[in-house]
Ligand binder design. Structure first.
Ligand code: GRF
Length: 210
């Protein structure tokens, strides 16, 4: 196949969202290029009416709303998502601002095939309010991480990180905006690496074939 021609076997990606969906948008934009090795086939939101769903619909991508409150347990909710993802023939799951913890069964079922984006340079500043945590810690570099998902929160072998300087006059919002810009570049890159089968896991590390 010549460079620049369409990729015949694009990986089918399911994106899980809960809100604004700017990272989803970055993935949709990357996948709009027919030479990109993955396509977004399905977007699932646990929250109805969010902007991420509109973005998917605008891009002509199938959506599903699976409200977690409709299920008696985390496991039951995750099983419902799993069913929909499998039925759609999804190869890779991307978490993009998905605000639910996942059960170990769900995580095990997508081992090596599920990515998360976290707005800090992991392993620093896991959990919520990462920009506040960074400012409080006084770090001079902050950023984002895309990693394979393992059962522990914001943990797992790292594929891509991008760093930004913390400036003296930064507040949470200005720092978040600077990091977000990098998120939108880094997530498509990480998805490309995984979709092209260039990632091998060796303990906590990923080895990336260049
Ligand atoms: C991003 O900062 C992402 O890293 C974090 O939640 C935010 C979601 O933003 N997990 P968006 O929904 O992608 O705009």
């Amino acid at each position: 196949m010549s460079a620049g021609s369409a990729v015949s076997q694009r990986k089918k990606v399911g994106v899980l969202v809960s809100g604004r969906g700017s990272n989803l948008q970055a993935l949709l934009d990357a996948c709009a290029d027919p030479t990109f090795p993955a396509e977004i086939a399905l977007v699932i939101s646990n929250v109805p009416g969010v902007l991420a769903l509109e973005r998917a619909q605008k891009a002509g991508v199938a959506t599903a709303v699976i409200p977690h409150r409709d299920y008696p347990s985390r496991e039951a909710f995750d099983a419902a998502m799993d069913l929909v993802l499998r039925a759609a023939g999804i190869d890779i799951v991307c978490l993009a601002g998905f605000m639910r913890l996942l059960s170990s069964e769900f995580v095990a079922g997508w081992q090596g095939a599920m990515l998360n984006i976290h707005p800090s340079l992991l392993p620093s500043f896991k959990g919520l309010h990462t920009h506040r945590q960074a400012l409080e810690a006084g770090v001079k570099l902050h950023g984002c991480t895309i990693h394979l998902v393992t059962p522990d929160l914001d943990d797992g072998p790292i594929l891509v990180q991008a760093a930004v300087p913390v400036q003296d006059d930064d507040d949470e919002d200005s720092l978040a905006a600077r990091v977000l810009e990098q998120e939108h570049r880094a997530y498509p890159l990480a998805l490309r690496l995984l979709a092209e089968g260039r990632v091998t896991v060796d303990g906590n590390r990923t080895l990336i074939r260049r």
